[in-house]
Design a protein around this ligand. Structure first.
Ligand code: ZN
Length: 282
């Protein structure tokens, strides 16, 4: 199944992309895609409901929101692609580098990106993210995939000066509103059983910036679930973003950053595409 959410920000309703490509409104199922939904076997119940229901089509051109409603947390992995670590001039990590992104940063995949006031180094990171389907606490690797509901396209947008030039950790540069562009949809694990070699790309104003593959990932999904669950409980609906391939703006010489009016597009095989325009603060 492919799950998406649509409608005005904060008022999204749940939808499903059917096998024939039709986008349908499944509000009548009675649940949004949140912690309660994933934690209560919502994917299986929704699939069973769909087998007999005739949900209406979603109007064309409607806004697409993030496919998960306000997750408890977004856990991100730093320098998880060997080619990106080389680009950044850092050694290959011996253990996964973890940081958190504010859930309030979540945005739909095509929402305008409002450049935060004072921001001059807004950067991009196309990433494969996954959504937790079952509570994970001290999970062994061999059982890790039982805790994953599915995958989703993510752009881990970052402000490099906020991240690196204001002291402390990376948090300041990762959690601004709109800095977690998620979607278009969540692809359930049964529909994408192998994510070990997916092509990833990102362009700005039509010029390709990032091109890579999940094959360059250092720590794969089962390792990450198991590893993170040693340090914190992963709850249903939580999102884990697995790191970015080379070609981030900071890696260019001289560096390249997003400015008002720039159009950014990105995608991963099997997870769809996204496109947004950067705009000035209002
Ligand atoms: Zn990232």
């Amino acid at each position: 199944m492919k799950l998406f959410r649509f409608g005005a920000p904060g008022e999204e309703r749940p939808g499903v992309v059917l096998a024939d490509g039709r986008h349908v409104d499944v509000s009548a199922f009675g649940a949004d895609y949140d912690e309660a939904f994933f934690g209560d076997d919502g994917l299986a119940r929704l699939a069973a409901w769909l087998a007999t229901a005739s949900p209406p089509a979603v109007p064309a051109g409607v806004r697409i929101g993030p496919p998960v409603r306000r997750p408890g947390k977004l856990v991100c992995i730093g320098f998880n692609f060997s080619d990106h670590a080389r680009e950044a001039g850092v050694p290959i990590p011996e253990e996964p580098v973890l940081f958190l992104k504010a859930p309030s940063a979540l945005a739909g995949p095509n929402d305008p990106l409002v450049i935060p006031p004072g921001a001059e180094k807004v950067d991009w990171e196309v990433e494969l993210a996954f959504v937790i389907g079952r509570t994970a606490r001290n999970v062994p690797e061999a059982e890790a995939m039982n805790h994953v509901a599915g995958y989703v396209l993510h752009n881990d947008i970052s402000e490099r000066a906020f991240q690196l030039e204001h002291g402390g950790q990376w948090t300041k540069g990762k959690g601004c509103d709109g800095f977690a562009a998620l979607g278009p949809y969540l692809v359930t694990r049964d529909e994408l059983p192998d994510v070990a070699n997916l092509a990833m790309w990102l362009s700005v104003n039509g010029e390709l910036k990032q091109r890579g593959s999940t094959a360059s990932m250092i720590f794969g999904v089962p390792v990450l679930v198991s590893y993170i669950s040693r340090f914190m409980t992963l709850l249903p609906g939580d999102i884990v973003s697995t790191g970015t391939p080379p070609g981030v703006g900071m890696g260019f010489n001289p560096p390249q950053y997003l400015h008002s009016g720039d159009v950014m597009e990105w995608g991963i095989d099997g997870l769809g595409e996204a496109r947004l325009t950067a705009v000035s603060p209002r």
